[in-house]
Design a protein around this ligand. Structure first.
Ligand code: SF4
Length: 349
């Protein structure tokens, strides 16, 4: 019988697993702390469990782990990690340093099915969803090396397209007996899967970022196929209904594409669209990459767009492109695995 990977369980899930084996539920909390607070990678390390329990767990369960296959470090300190999963699929995670506070950009899928035109990950199609353990293990592996302050689900994949695993991974990250992140420091980004936004809001409290990128359905239909299913009006209605804790804001991400969505008229429409939604705006000047026809916006267009929103009391940040020299910038992750790269093999493989 296949062993159960304990890193696929939330704390209540682990309690149910153990009680199904006739064990005390409180053992789950002990094991959870070993996994996430002491980074135990074997049952032998769990010295407050009886020897008999450890032997029984060895037979029915396993603890997966990931080690990065490569780490690239950009000139600005951005670090890109490639993980080659046991089936050979590659996923990437990125650490973005900011005055000593590191943000981890995490992947939720190998590839992506959403097909946003400006995104390199999208051009690779979806290989598969990551398991809960594979999502959490990116974080576990990287925090052995650097301290992580914020987590953003903005790596490869559309997180809400793998919602069961993403919710479980979030619950592990936020659990006081688990990875102990404050929900203020965790952000999930979506291209706009409307029903899943509502479910996320019902099941877990985290920050939500919406990748908007166009101010008309005509353009958004063209550059983000998801818009044909959930047009801008439905998306913004879902934003208005998203249960935000008091004094929190949604984030709107807007990739500025030269000559396409960066005009003064776009800025004006954008302002009108987000009117009344507690929000902040991240402007992301497009990074040109091979095989993509879009162009970067001019400095003047970026500044004018930014200034217009600011003048209308919108909290706006223009995100300088980070990690561009190692293809770690927004929309540039591809998880390409070179021939012969070692895959992660562990006791759950
Ligand atoms: S922008 Fe996000 S949702 Fe769109 S294709 Fe890229 S990874 Fe997928």
């Amino acid at each position: 019988m296949a062993k159960s990977d304990l890193k696929n369980f939330t704390l209540p899930g682990l309690e149910a697993f153990l009680s199904g084996q006739g064990k005390e539920r409180f053992r789950a909390t002990q094991i959870f702390k070993w996994l996430y607070q002491k980074d135990a990678r074997s049952f032998a390390e769990m010295t407050n469990l009886s020897k008999d329990l450890r032997v029984e767990l060895e037979e029915s369960a396993c603890i997966s782990n990931l080690e990065p296959t490569t780490v690239e470090i950009g000139k600005d300190g951005t670090r890109k990690y490639l993980f080659v999963l046991e089936d050979g699929a590659g996923v990437e995670s990125v650490i973005i340093p900011d005055e000593g506070r590191n943000t981890l950009c995490i992947s939720s899928q190998a590839g992506c099915a959403m097909g946003c035109e400006f995104c390199l990950t999208g051009s690779y199609n979806l290989t598969r969803n990551l398991t809960t353990a594979e999502i959490v293990n990116q974080l576990c592996a990287i925090r052995r090396e650097v301290e992580i302050r914020n987590i953003v689900f903005m790596g490869m994949g559309e997180p809400l397209h793998n919602l069961d695993n993403v919710i479980r991974a979030l619950q592990i990250m936020l659990d006081g007996n688990g990875l102990q992140f404050s929900n203020r420091r965790v952000t999930v980004s979506t291209c706009g899967l409307v029903p899943e936004m509502a479910r996320l809001g019902r099941e877990v409290i985290v920050n939500l970022a919406i990748s908007l990128n166009a101010t008309t359905d005509e353009l958004r239909d063209r550059i983000m196929p998801v818009n044909r299913r959930y047009p801008i009006g439905a998306l913004l209605q879902a934003c208005r209904e998203f249960p935000l804790p008091s004094r929190r804001k949604l984030t709107f991400e807007y990739v500025l594409l030269g000559g396409l969505n960066d005009s003064p008229a776009d800025a004006k429409r954008f302002l009108k669209l987000i009117h009344g939604i507690p929000s902040k705006v991240n402007l992301i000047p497009f990074n040109e990459h091979e095989g993509c026809d879009f162009i970067a916006p001019t400095r003047e267009a970026i500044d004018a767009f930014h200034a217009y929103l600011l003048a209308h009391n919108v909290t706006v940040i223009t995100r300088d492109s980070r990690g561009g020299d190692i293809s770690a910038a927004c929309g540039q992750l591809k998880g390409r695995v070179a021939a012969g790269e070692p895959v992660n093999v562990n006791q759950c493989s």
